[in-house]
Design a protein around this ligand. Structure first.
Ligand code: LMR
Length: 395
């Protein structure tokens, strides 16, 4: 049978990261994958996570399964962080949450539950979106639609086009939105635009599904979920795929959650039962380690304050890198790169063609995605000049 298997091309993100790792060029710069890197080029373990891990190693008595729904302390802490106590106060009994293996697992569980509802509608994704959304959603059997989102000419959200396209979304349809720090563009909706989308969802009847992988990396933990909370206030049903890969640095621990905000407690129970059944047939049990760490960090006031301070420092540093990079690119090229400082989170499209992206890779060892998406959080004082010189050389 294996003789018949076609060889697949490498993943568009992971493949380039692997290519960069294998490149012997000592001056190479990896701006491919969305991982937070500090000034010395390391992806750090948060101090609070390190402390929680020490406690866990000392106290853990078993490696038996955790409950299929997930670790209760983790569920309580993350639902509160994402949904917020105000919304929880009104609708706390209406929220169902199931731990998932990372944000990917959460998107897949969300899609499985939506498919189980019997909807014949489509899942509308932004053009462009994170490429892995496509297989995660279609593998549940749901159909895909697309709405216009990013305008390369303005380097911003084309909100007129977005709302024109979403005017066709109705009851039974699902609209996938990036909660903050849009991947791959970095271009986010304004608070007014979020309110308009929430109004459209409420009046047209579509269900928002929010991918929340970067909470805390845009402006702050609460500000970054402004849009999500607008939706929860105005729309009867909202699905959230939350991840702690980036904002708690738990990448390899696969720590995420599918959250279902519904109209009543019966729907909350039904969504949880469906998500648990979907998990059981795909991978059976949730991984424990990351969730046990995150539950401790979120639930312990000292660890939580430490984590929030470190996350805030990362967010401030990324925003500083954006300003510095903009300034240096403008000085070197004489062109306007003001969009870089306006965007949020880790990503930005530099606006290079695919040929130019490949040229900076082969000639300068500068690795960005073919779409010219770069990870701003991989820039540092040691590599920024090389990046600016490489980009300038192809413009
Ligand atoms: C990215 O977009 O680079 C990250 O979300 C990592 C991944 O899995 O693609």
């Amino acid at each position: 049978m294996f003789e018949e298997l076609p060889l697949l091309p490498p993943d568009s993100i992971l493949g380039l990261a692997a290519e960069c790792r294998a490149d012997p060029n000592p001056d190479k710069v990896d701006l491919t994958i969305g991982i937070y890197m500090d000034e010395s080029g390391n992806c750090p373990v948060f101090n609070a996570v390190r402390l929680a891990q020490r406690q866990l190693v000392d106290e853990e008595q078993t490696k038996s399964y955790i409950p299929p729904q997930g670790d209760p302390q983790f569920i309580e802490g993350l639902v509160e962080l994402v949904v917020g106590s105000d919304a929880l106060g009104v609708r706390s009994g209406n929220v169902g949450a199931v731990q998932a293996p990372g944000g990917c697992g959460a998107v897949r569980l969300g899609a499985e539950v939506l498919k189980a509802s019997g909807t014949k509608g489509k899942v509308w994704v932004s053009d462009p979106t994170w490429p892995v959304h496509v297989p995660l959603i279609t593998s549940s059997g749901l159909e895909l639609g697309q709405y216009r989102y990013y305008d390369p000419a303005t380097h911003g959200v084309d909100f007129v086009a977005m709302t024109e396209d979403l005017a066709a979304a109705g009851a039974g349809d699902i609209v996938l939105l990036h909660g903050c720090c849009h991947n791959p563009s970095g271009a986010d909706l304004t608070p007014e635009q979020w309110r308009e989308i929430a109004g459209m969802a409420a009046s047209q009847g579509f269900t928002p599904m929010v991918d929340l992988a970067y909470q805390g990396f845009g402006e702050g933990l609460d500000t970054d979920v402004y849009g999500l909370r607008c939706l929860i206030e105005q729309v009867p049903e909202v699905v959230v795929a939350a991840s702690l890969s980036k904002n708690m640095g738990l990448y390899r621990e696969r720590t995420g959650m599918a959250i279902f905000v519904g109209p009543n407690s019966r729907t909350a129970e039904a969504t949880v039962s469906q998500a648990k059944a979907a998990a059981r047939r795909i991978y059976s049990m949730p991984p424990a380690h990351g969730a046990l760490l995150a539950g401790r960090v979120l639930g312990d006031p000292v660890l939580r304050a430490d984590w929030e301070a470190e996350l805030t420092a990362m967010c401030v540093r990324i925003n500083g890198l954006r300003l510095e990079f903009q300034k240096r690119l403008e000085n070197a090229t004489g062109r306007d790169f003001g969009f870089i400082a306006k965007e949020k989170g880790m990503f930005s499209f530099l606006g290079l063609s695919e040929e130019q992206a490949k040229q900076v890779r082969s000639e300068h060892g500068l690795y960005m995605l073919n779409s010219s998406r770069i990870n701003i959080a991989s820039l540092n004082a040691g590599n920024m000049d090389r990046v600016v010189a490489a980009v300038t050389s192809v413009l």
